[in-house]
Design a protein around this ligand. Sequence first.
Ligand code: ACO
Ligand code: HSE
Length: 489
Amino acid sequence: MSAGSVGIVKTHYHHLSGGLPLESGQKLDEVTIAYETYGKLNKDKSNAILILHALSGDAHAAGRHEGDKRPGWWDIVIGPGKAFDTDKYFVICSNIIGGCKGSTGPSSINPSTGKPYGLNFPVITIGDMVNAQKKLIDFLGIEQLYAVAGGSMGGMQALQWCVAYPDSVRRGIIIATAAYSRPQHIAFNEVGRRAIMSDPNWNRGDYYGGEPPTKGLALARMVGHITYLSDESMQQKFGRRLKDKERYGYDFSTDFQVESYLQHQGGAFVKRFDANSYLYITKAIDYFDLKKNGSLDEAFRAVKARFLVISVTSDWLYPPYQSKEIVMALSSNGVDVSYAEINSIYGHDAFLLEGGQLNYLISNFLTPKLVKDVMASAVTIDENSSIEAAARAMLDSGVSHLPVVSNGGTISGIVTAWDISKAVALKYTCLDEIMTRNVVTIRKCDTLEAAAAKMELHDISALPVVDDAGHVIGILTSDGISKLIGQHK
Ligand SMILES: CC(=O)SCCNC(=O)CCNC(=O)[C@H](O)C(C)(C)COP(=O)(O)OP(=O)(O)OC[C@H]1O[C@@H](n2cnc3c(N)ncnc32)[C@H](O)[C@@H]1OP(=O)(O)O
Ligand SMILES: N[C@@H](CCO)C(=O)O
């Protein structure tokens, strides 16, 4: 399967009619949502996947805008043949409200003043972001999403979707995040906000006609960016290497590569981001707390989706234990949840970088494995053969199940190693005397889940795979399924 690009894409804009009531009790009267879509919505509108972005992301998740050198921020997992396979799924990504990439936020024009909102923009929450997305999904005519997926603050929105709209989501993919912001998250966000607000250009958020608070915003991003990396990745990337010099300067100019790197990241950020949006979005992250009556178990009581929860081994901002907390609370409600850790030194930002592991985990979760992916070729035996011939065939090929076939390869029964031992003990000689005639079979395009259920129901460990004419085309064994599950771990 070769993975490709969705090609040249465009951002669309949708105006929410009726505005948006907010959790704070306020209301946004005029709301525009910027969004992109990739792939085709199928006839019954059942293949839509909503991608949710993190703090500084936008609607441009995949492909390229005309003339752009870089693709969208999650192009590594969205496209033909990738985990979010646009040959199969209709992928949607929208910019959050409060952002600065086309959706209504503090830099948008306040209709009641004709000027940018600035601090007159109401404080918004993750719940508000999701309610706005729900209106977009309704507008697109989609009743139920095949999946919602996101990392970091995108993971918070994905969780919020599954809790707030349990009937509208079939699967949740929750990456490098937590179910509530902890004091350490709030602490880093507050340092960033204080950096912005201490910049004289910030001017209580009223800077749109003049110089923006770039120094404060750059500083906020530098602090934030440190939390997205890891000790080990910084060591590997920079060590103690100096920037454009052979020895220490013994002054306060830039000495180390890591200093120059952070300055570069800060400088690049202010060119693409609005300082007030940074304030509003970090506040929404701080307020995020899914717990109900202090309990996460209770919060997940009504969810109906299946979940894949992924953390990153070196993420110290949202460490794996915070993902495991989500897994435990979901499990305690009997929710079907899988958990995986991305093995990476990249820290929190691994969810934007580890394409190989992400594609593997997500595609396995989204696209269930079929019998044909796991079945082995079957060794069969003719029904007129002797028991000795069956025993010999088992020994020679190292199998313990032989589908018995009649003329032309049509299945007529099955014989197992256990049947052979029985035959020896009871001195039978004909295959006919020991084989099971009412053989339970499976088709190659059935899901492994269905096959496993069949095995459990009938208390058997192998299923011959047959075609429409009843010809044996393979065999599925519980060993084969165990091996597959072993590879996933
Ligand atoms: C949903 C979302 O989260 S969307 C937001 C995601 N995007 C961002 O966060 C944008 C900011 N960028 C990043 O955080 C990172 O670039 C990532 C995580 C996206 C990718 O990480 P990597 O591929 O490892 O890139 P890396 O962290 O090395 O940064 C590369 C940049 O640093 C610069 N750089 C590297 N070393 C140095 C140095 N010693 N001094 C100065 N600049 C340096 C590179 O020139 C490059 O610059 P460019 O991006 O302007 O071309
Ligand atoms: N680097 C990402 C992750 C933040 O959680 C961003 O800026 O959105």
